[in-house]
Ligand binder design. Structure first.
Ligand code: GCO
Ligand code: MG
Length: 403
């Protein structure tokens, strides 16, 4: 069997998605997600101009060799653009391999470790009262784990809080929007939020929170300590993670569990965090961390240190990523939780899929492959529209801060 084409499809059915479709001389095809929010066309070009010509004529079944060919063969290693492109190829090739075997993908990984995948949903509100209402609505809908974010008094636009009343979708505009930030205001507000939320939901529901890289290590330690009475499932990205050692300081001061890794793209980004047991959950995804082949290496390393998976699952990852992630989650022994931000009906119709959500759990399908495809005709009706993630500035003097 030989690869005959590798085509990049860029579409915007409400938000941008980049998809790679690999075709073979025997008619079997596979798809992979290559969406890197706000930098979509860089990955599209990487795939189209540099990767696709090297794939033609190769045996699609040799996906391990192709992974290393693309990783070592580029000479320039790692980075979000490269690793997202490699991930798309890897996901499409796993799809093809499983279709050839006539098996759902999780069977090729080692089979089923669980009957369903526990997810967390997003509850956001402009203030504490609205957030509590949203958390209760999610609880009634069957969610067992809920992420709570709320507006902060004195701050205009805050990460995770929708300004339109619709689902939160941060990428927008012909140039990046500007948000403002003040860590002291946030640190005063967040324990009050979780006191109210915990009181309202009772003890059984898991609660999560995303700090979005905004605190210093010491501030993050203060936050973790102040949230201990409310027994969170995790705080996510409490500080920037380039310096992995920084997490040691947070760890010394708090037992609130920590999740990191949605912006990581390789095992090297989290090696020290995992080996020194500085985190509890690793959030790397199929799409941004080199595909199933590389994510499996990360999960296996994590298992040695009792770190569990908690894959990123925002709407900027396409329904293809979700399909592949659910096969991975169904197999991976050290599964923790899966993020779930539902896509719109339109987005879902562009990506026909066999996975489904039911009362707080996601289920991968049983059809051969990862179970997701792209309707190219429909996708062609929604051309790319430039959109950026916001930038963030300190309220006190306008200095640029992590968003
Ligand atoms: C999350 C994330 C997202 C990111 C987004 C960036 O935990 O879901 O932080 O909301 O901000 O994926 O593209
Ligand atoms: Mg996050």
């Amino acid at each position: 069997m030989k690869i005959t084409a590798a085509r990049v499809i860029v579409c915007c059915p409400g938000r941008n998605f980049v998809t790679l479709k690999i075709e073979t001389d025997e008619g079997v095809t596979g798809v992979g997600d290559a969406t890197l929010n706000g930098r979509e066309l860089a990955v599209a070009s990487y795939l189209q101009d540099h990767v696709a010509p090297c794939l033609i004529g190769r045996d699609p079944q040799q996906l391990e060799d192709i992974w290393h060919y693309l990783y070592k063969g580029a000479y320039w290693r790692r980075g979000p653009v490269t690793m997202t492109a490699i991930a798309a190829v890897d996901t499409a090739l796993w799809d093809i391999k499983a279709k050839i075997a006539g098996q759902p993908l999780y069977q090729l990984l080692g089979g089923r470790s669980r009957s369903a995948v526990m997810v967390y949903g997003h509850a956001t509100g402009a203030d504490i009262a609205q957030t509590v209402d949203e958390v209760l609505r999610h609880q009634e809908e069957g969610y067992r784990a809920i992420r709570a974010q709320s507006g902060v008094p004195g701050l205009d636009k805050v990460y995770g809080v929708s300004t339109t009343g619709r689902m939160y979708e941060p990428a927008d505009g012909s140039v990046p929007a500007e948000h403002d930030w003040d860590s002291a205001k946030y640190l005063r507000h967040t324990p009050e939020l979780f006191e109210a939320v915990r009181l309202a939901v009772g003890e059984e529901t898991h609660l999560l929170h995303d700090v979005h890289h905004r605190l210093t290590p010491l501030e993050a330690a203060q936050l973790g300590k102040s949230l201990e009475p409310y027994r969170l499932f995790w705080i996510e990205d409490p500080t920037e993670a380039e310096n992995q050692q920084a997490f040691a300081l947070i760890r010394q001061h708090t037992t609130t569990p920590i999740a990191v890794g949605e912006v990581f793209n390789s095992i090297w980004d989290c090696k020290q965090l995992i080996e020194s047991q500085l985190i509890d959950y690793i959030r790397t995804t199929v799409t941004h961390a080199g595909g199933i082949t590389h994510l499996r290496r990360i999960a296996d390393l994590a298992a040695l240190y009792q770190v569990r998976t908690g894959s990123h699952g925002a709407t900027d990852l396409s329904p293809i990523c979700m399909g592949a992630a659910l096969h991975f989650d169904t197999w991976v022994p050290n599964f923790g939780i899966q993020e779930y931000m539902p896509h719109s009906e339109l987005m879902l119709s562009v990506f026909p899929h066999d996975w489904r959500y039911e009362r707080g759990m996601l289920y991968c399908g049983e059809s051969p492959g990862h179970g997701v495809d792209i309707d190219e005709k429909l996708a062609a009706r929604y051309p790319y529209q430039r959109a950026y993630l916001p930038v963030n500035r300190l309220q006190r003097d306008g200095s640029l801060h992590s968003w």
